[in-house]
Design a protein around this ligand. Sequence first.
Ligand code: SF4
Length: 437
Amino acid sequence: MLRPAARLVGADRAERLLLPVERAAKSLMFDCRMCGQCVLRTTGMACPTVCGKVMRNGPCGGVRADGACEVDASMRCVWLEALDGRRRIGADVALSRAPIDFSRRGSSTWLQLVEGTPQPTPQPAPPHRDRPTHAFEAACRSGRFVTTVEIAPPDSADPSMLLARAANFAGLVDAVNITDGAGGNCHMSSAAAAAILAAHGHTPVCQIACRDRNRIAVQGDILGAAALGVRNILCLTGDDVSQGDHPQAKPVFDLDAVTLLHIARGMRDRGEFASGRRLDVPPDLFLGATANPFAPPYEDRVANLELKIEAGAQFIQTQFCFDLDLFARFMDAVRRRGLHERAHIIVGVGTLSSVKALRWMAHHVPGVHVPDSVLSRIAGAPDQKAEGLVVLVETIQALRRMEGVGGVHLMGHRNEETLAEAIRRSGVRESQDRQSN
Ligand code: SF4
């Protein structure tokens, strides 16, 4: 109805008239930052631009147990607000939203609505073309129970430490993840460390976090890593910088994990950058994403996983699983939606040397949940480290029996020997070998 009036006064003048009213109304009601591409109608009227990580497609994995934000504990996670709002007004939160177009910042979304300007939505990539599969993808596709491990790249310009850490897992894992500034701490770059491992016969998974690089740098890294033989990319949003050794650093968060997946998939399947510019040779990628079934909002975690799978995730690696009951409920919902048939679900597991270290992790590492039953079992053991290993082995074996679980992902900072021992004792490797023979 307003369109003819807007045409009559002209777009520039209409925007000059609308902007102050829109800014005042939306700042007052929604703490609006005038991103120029309002999504309030699809987020239960909660503005995701106030999120410390600018998450456009659902909560990060760091939401605290009480629902507070990982970045700002005085604020409730905006995606919990969105979930409440969705219930109130029946809007669809689980919707893929495009990365913010920063060139539209400060413009009027009301005028765009009046003029019928289409809002950007991520383009679906064409069906996956047939292509050669590489070692890790082939292992996942084979249907056998896979094992992966995460190692931190060294604080060194010498790769020997990295190679020594990876050597602990020779013959025990299908792929080695290289973290990307995990916890906001600085180490050798993930792409470089992954390329070193690939050159030495390992199968790396290069983790790419959105925290430190914008879309230009991220796409350059994906191409560079692929040119150096790194095919497996884990797309993640990244931890807040305040947890790490450079709390003064500027967090970038130009993209979130879902938009990064859309872009990486477009590079591979459409052979183009996010800008639409053609690539001469597209990267041949096996794409992964993370999931955290152990952080609120629990009821929305499966929808969030589905969003990542739709965006292009072919394998999923989860946060530490210490709570098998909670994870079993998550997997029930995953199976009901058939998501385990669309992506390989690899469950994060690990152990620490003492109950004190476990408690510290549960309180300080965003998104980690350790139930009291596990804490008291380890606290009551005469040798806490040995008991932690027993719990880890039992957890791996229980996950091995859980329908829809495709493997385990072992994590533990500088704890390589214990993790390698857990794989051996769990027996999952022997059963893998039997399956592949
Ligand atoms: S918890 Fe994560 S998703 Fe929620 S507001 Fe904070 S940074 Fe954003």
